[in-house]
Design a protein around this ligand. Structure first.
Ligand SMILES: Nc1ncnc2c1ncn2[C@@H]1O[C@H](COP(=O)(O)OP(=O)(O)OP(=O)(O)O)[C@@H](O)[C@H]1O
Ligand SMILES: [Mg+2]
Length: 221
């Protein structure tokens, strides 16, 4: 599904923040991406959700070479990807309901279906009483759950989550991790970036470790 060969990334004329990254994610796989602050986790994810192109090397996603693909294929590729951004990227003028419904509306789902599906998922993530509230009036952990709900609602082919449980209490983090497990069972490929080294120990998926822009692969614990 995804292949990186010799990938490097720099911001502007700054130093390279990813070096010679080799990565291959099979369809249906589930990996954690760990590494210290500043190691390049969010930068690597930004290549995967097609916010940037690499400064060198080859990125292939869903069979498309990203460097040579025409811009016109990007929106179609992005619709197959769910992203939980580290800083959420919610639309502040929309309610929780409308933020989460967005991917289904873009995909052209029927309004009745959207309503049932969104309300059910919001119940699951503990936001049944925040359906009509806008992000500026919510806590960090509540916004994080809206971001997760929006990323998973369309059952994307690929889910990229950047520190998705960082602001949650243990019980809620566990609940979201179970949601990710279920999504993976239904076929979604997952890559979850996290500082929380207990996650790979509790959920046994292989670990990719970034350190100062270098990616290493570890065996499944
Ligand atoms: N927009 C940007 N412009 C310039 N440099 C950037 C930008 N974003 C990130 N960097 C730099 O790239 C390096 C990697 O940052 P990145 O955000 O990918 O790390 P991270 O592993 O996600 O860290 P954290 O765990 O703190 O979220 C850092 O040195 C950072 O300063
Ligand atoms: Mg980050």
């Amino acid at each position: 599904m995804i292949r990186f060969e010799n990938v490097g990334l720099r911001y502007g004329s700054g130093p390279e923040v990813l070096h010679d990254v080799e990565l291959s994610l099979e369809s249906g796989s589930y990996h954690f991406l760990v590494g210290p602050s500043g190691a390049g986790k969010s930068s690597l994810l930004s290549l995967l959700y097609l916010a940037r192109r690499p400064t060198r090397g080859l990125v292939t996603m869903f069979g498309q070479d990203i460097a040579s693909a025409p811009r016109s294929v990007f929106p179609g590729l992005r619709r197959r990807i769910g992203v939980v951004f580290q800083d959420y990227h919610l639309l502040d003028h929309l309610t929780t309901f409308d933020n989460v419904a967005l991917p289904l509306r873009v995909a052209g789902a029927a309004p009745g279906q959207i309503r049932d599906h969104v309300l059910q998922l919001l119940e699951w993530v503990g936001l049944g009483d925040k359906v009509d509230v806008q992000p500026p009036f919510m806590s960090g952990g509540e916004k994080q759950r809206v971001a997760v709900a929006r990323a998973v609602i369309g059952q994307p082919d690929l889910l990229l989550a950047d520190e998705p449980t960082g602001n949650l209490d243990e019980a809620m983090a566990e609940r979201l991790m179970r949601l990710f497990e279920e999504l993976n069972r239904q076929g979604t490929t997952l890559l979850i970036a996290t500082h929380d080294t207990s996650l790979p120990r509790r959920f046994l998926h292989p670990v990719l470790r970034l350190d100062q822009g270098e990616l290493g692969h570890e065996a499944t614990p």
